[in-house]
Design a protein around this ligand. Structure first.
Ligand code: ZN
Length: 241
């Protein structure tokens, strides 16, 4: 089976996406995405067009739904709501239609699952060990890739509970455990490290490699400001929050 480039939460940040593609070049055969192509960033059309041309599989994220009008915006904080409204107006009808038709997770691909949020509910965050522990009963595949939290890492699920996977270097998957694996966010990391995050999954070697890469934050941030999007969305890229 092919090695996979696993990306999530690109959020219309083409500078971060290009850095990930440069850094991972030659190391994978197929690209899988865990949702949130758009929202927050200033390049929604290029992000969706890249997805249409390059992805082997993708599940929808809450921001993808929000931009198509498939999700109420009342619970979004004001900057996220503004960016969803801006994105909806900016997207071409073909790109809106593509987002509108994205599959709900969890989506089976080969012998693993893709999910935006929790495998039990696509919109739920899996942030803590206590969020992850009950999911041992909910997961269908031995390995489920998820995003939504923008935090690289994930969890090993055992009968006695969950423990965190440290998002560092190469992690080996053991045959008798279940895994929730988060590649981190390409376009808006929130773990205090502003570098773009992604993962390479090698089913043959049973390894996940967690990677971080610097990108041109100045350019992504200035596009956000030039588009008239909230300045906080530019500032948080520098802080990785
Ligand atoms: Zn997101």
């Amino acid at each position: 089976m092919a090695p996979y480039l696993i990306v999530s939460d690109i959020h219309a940040n083409m500078e971060a996406l290009r850095a990930v593609l440069d850094d991972s070049r030659g190391r994978y055969e197929k690209i899988l995405c865990l949702g949130d192509l758009v929202g927050y960033g200033a390049d929604p059309n290029p992000a969706v067009e890249w997805a249409r041309a390059n992805l082997t599989a993708i599940v929808r994220g809450n921001h993808d739904k929000a931009c198509c009008g498939n999700e109420p915006l009342e619970d979004y904080h004001p900057a996220a709501r503004m960016s969803a409204t801006w994105t909806r107006e900016e997207l071409t009808s073909e790109n809106l239609e593509y987002l509108d038709k994205l599959a709900r997770g969890p989506l089976r691909y080969d012998d693993f699952d893709l999910s935006h949020g929790s495998p039990a509910d696509e919109d739920e965050y899996v942030l803590t060990v206590s969020d992850a522990s009950p999911l041992r009963e909910a997961v269908c595949a031995q390995t489920t890739f998820f995003g939504h939290t923008h935090l690289q890492g994930g969890f090993v699920l055992t009968r006695s509970g969950a423990r965190r996977i440290p998002p560092e270097g190469i992690f080996e998957l053991e045959p008798d455990h279940y895994y929730l694996v988060n590649p981190g966010a390409v376009g808006q990391p929130r773990d205090g490290d502003p570098r773009a995050a992604y993962a390479i999954y090698s089913p043959q070697q049973r390894t996940i490699e967690y990677r971080r890469v610097d990108y041109d934050i100045d350019q992504a941030a200035s596009k956000i400001r030039a588009a008239g999007l909230p300045a906080s969305l530019a500032a948080r890229l520098y802080a990785g929050t």
